[in-house]
Design a protein around this ligand. Structure first.
Ligand SMILES: Nc1nc2c(ncn2[C@@H]2O[C@H](COP(=O)(O)OP(=O)(O)OP(=O)(O)O)[C@@H](O)[C@H]2O)c(=O)[nH]1
Ligand SMILES: [Mg+2]
Length: 656
């Protein structure tokens, strides 16, 4: 949600984003757009795994951060522990700017280290009584003040000198030092609030307007060429679309940041990221939650929205003509949850496709894959909850399309483990034009850089080989097929070799074991027979296909499954549970280490065992862990699973 607020004659744009892992797709566009991140910390828990995840992304975006400790009215609030956990994770850059006087259900007072005053908030939080710090608190306040002043001086030589001279800094000097420290991420000041009681909020707004960098003061955004573009409101107009949404009755809404210049309503802009199409920004809006206020113009640094735009969407840069700056696209993390989707009613496939496209535009962390291989539409997202709320809920309530989620198939592969020989004669010579083709081949497992064969020994029989031609085919689904022409004496005409290959490829695409893609095989065609009249391409294709199928079955065939590398971040007290859960998933542990107060566990896990992982990890850790996964390799499935898969395939084949 975007909230535009005016405070002290300044405009503040807030983008409120959810904290749960599942919704990282909402967070990253915001991180790319704003000047400072306000990281809320729950005073009951201190640093949580969500804090860890979001701070990592903030670091990647070089985004300044301030910490705001919320829920200080809670009985279990523990400010001292909060600071300790923040310092443990973020080091000495964490600096107390405020502390609570009376956390717990009576919470109403804060000591502010910048102004060295006490702020006491009224019951509704609307009135603040500012007083001197009471004697009982003065020593504590002074010691925090000393820390804050030293840290502020550290980031600025002039301030350092001033500090050495006076042994202190004025309030303005302090603000200026904090300003610099925050921009360079040398300082993460900590503030105190209770959003329930409205305590501390107005002080945060003051701090935002007084100290945090405005777009002009923050590090300028860089375009994809690495050039810094100043947010000059008199400069060339350039906007970056950081979010696309769809709303009932209105349709598509594009939310943008004005990177440079001043954009006016009815202005024509060029989309440099897509087609260089012209788009008229007929109306401009300032957004405040569900409300939109029409405005005549928006200037550099500001955030706004527009409607009725044709092709422009998230990640596009639109400029006034003659400007070709383009800003980097928002990068999303790898997906970690996949599930297939289909319509309940026939004939709604196209409608589903269009809806999924819109949802995907709205949430870049969702990927829709139309898998030709698995014959499924597969949704790749950030977790079960992500898919349920972003996809299922929208289909049910907005698009009104009945669809079901069901398990995504696993893209198994097939390969062979030993050398085998087979021959096949295809012959049809009764009535009409005849067909004849005979092929002899040897197949073997392919590995990179293997040398060309001169002979094979199979079951005690020796085959002499002389390679005339080598064809290396990189398969679309990974791995290779190497095709050796070893025909001597013209027993098969060279013109039939492509047809034999075609037959082999048909089986490579529809593996002999389970119909999965095959990979990493070398085939040597070394003998065969032709018929002067009846031989043709179709005959050799069939002979090639059948010989290959037979050889494959004799060559120790194996089913391979995709293995993913998982990296799990869990609190120390749950590490044992996380590992025992992994052990039920055929995981191979690669290592564990302590990192920033969390345990990092790395394991290789078969994709087939990960389908409910996001949900399972949440339940074993009470939502206090996170993980990432990425494709690592294909590996043979264990014998019992191979048997099970073969049986399943046979049953399907029989039904068909
Ligand atoms: N006691 C107390 N409870 C609070 C306070 N602020 C929020 N809560 C409660 O904490 C829960 C979560 O509050 P939200 O404001 O939705 O938290 P959030 O961090 O925005 O959550 P997401 O947006 O889902 O990530 C709710 O039950 C609130 O009532 C507070 O200052 N004090
Ligand atoms: Mg929220």
């Amino acid at each position: 949600t975007i909230l535009a607020v005016e405070h002290n004659n300044k405009k503040i744009n807030f983008i409120d984003v959810p904290g749960a892992d599942d919704f990282i797709g909402q967070v990253l566009p915001a991180m790319q757009t704003v000047e400072t991140g306000l990281m809320l910390i729950n005073a009951q828990n201190g640093v949580e795994v969500g804090t860890e995840i979001h701070s990592r992304f903030a670091e990647q975006h070089n985004l300044p951060l301030i910490f705001i400790i919320n829920q200080l009215d809670h009985e279990k609030a523990n400010f001292t522990n909060n600071i300790e956990s923040l310092k443990q994770r973020f080091g000495s850059n964490v600096i107390v700017a405020q502390y609570p006087v009376n956390s717990g259900h009576n919470f109403d007072s804060i000591i502010d280290i910048i102004t060295m005053k006490m702020y006491k908030f009224s019951d509704d939080g609307k009135k603040v009584e500012i007083t001197e710090i009471p004697d009982s608190e003065i020593d504590k306040a002074k010691s925090y003040q000393q820390e804050l002043i030293e840290k502020a001086a550290e980031n600025d030589e002039a301030l350092m000198e001033s500090y050495f001279e006076k042994d202190t800094l004025t309030e303005d000097e302090l603000r200026s030092g904090m300003h610099t420290g925050i921009i360079t991420r040398e300082m993460f000041p900590v503030f105190c609030i209770s959003s329930k009681l409205n305590v501390g909020i107005s002080r945060i707004l003051d701090f935002i307007t007084n100290v945090l960098p405005s777009p002009l003061e923050a590090k300028p955004k860089k375009n994809i060429k690495g050039e810094s573009i100043k947010p000059d409101s008199n400069g060339k107009v350039s906007l970056f679309i950081f979010k696309t949404g769809y709303e009932e009755h209105i349709g598509k809404i594009n939310y943008f940041k004005v990177i440079s210049g001043t954009v006016n309503e009815n202005q024509d802009l060029i989309n440099v990221s897509f087609n260089r199409s012209k788009e008229r920004f007929a109306q401009l809006f300032v957004v405040n939650g569900k409300n939109r206020v029409k405005v005549p113009s928006l200037m550099a640094g500001d955030i706004g929205a527009t409607v009725k735009i044709k092709t422009t969407k998230t990640n596009n840069t639109v400029n006034e003509s003659g400007v070709d700056w383009e800003f980097p696209k928002i990068e999303m993390p790898q997906s970690k949850y996949s599930i297939a989707i289909k319509t309940v009613n026939d004939g709604e496939e196209e409608k589903l496709g269009e809806a999924l496209q819109e949802i995907q535009d709205e949430d870049l962390s969702l990927e829709v894959e139309y898998s030709k291989e698995l014959k499924q539409i597969i949704l790749h997202g950030q977790g079960e909850y992500h898919i349920q709320t972003m996809v299922k809920w929208h289909l049910d309530n907005i698009f009104k399309i009945e669809a079901v989620l069901y398990p995504a198939k696993i893209p198994y592969r097939e390969t062979i483990t030993k050398t085998a020989y087979a021959s096949y004669r295809h012959k049809k010579q009764s009535g009409g034009a005849g067909q004849f083709g005979e092929v002899h081949m040897i197949i073997e497992p392919y590995v990179e850089n293997m040398s060309l064969p001169s002979s094979y020994k199979i079951d005690g029989k020796e085959f002499k080989i002389s390679v005339r031609d080598t064809q290396v085919i990189s398969l679309d689904w990974g791995g290779k097929l190497v095709y050796l022409n070893c025909i001597v004496g013209g027993v098969i005409d060279a013109k039939f070799l492509p047809a034999i290959l075609k037959g082999i490829m048909e089986k490579m695409e529809d593996g002999p074991l389970t119909g999965s893609y095959a990979r990493d095989i070398r085939v040597a065609i070394f003998d065969g027979k032709m018929h002067p009249v009846d031989s043709n391409e179709i005959s050799f294709k069939l002979a090639g296909r059948n010989a290959f199928k037979e050889a494959f079955k004799k060559a120790g065939p194996k089913i391979l499954e995709p293995i993913y590398l998982m990296e799990i971040l869990a609190p120390t007290d749950r590490m044992g549970d996380v590992i025992s859960d992994l052990q039920t998933r055929r995981a191979i542990l690669q290592g564990t280490s302590s990192e920033n107060g969390f345990e990092k566990i790395i394991a290789k896990v078969p994709l087939a065992e990960t389908s409910n992982y996001s949900t399972a990890l949440k339940s074993v850790t009470g939502g206090r862990a996170t993980f990432t996964m990425k494709f690592e390799e294909y590996a043979p499935v264990p014998g019992d699973i191979q048997q099970k898969l073969l049986k399943e395939y046979e049953e399907i084949a029989e039904e068909a």
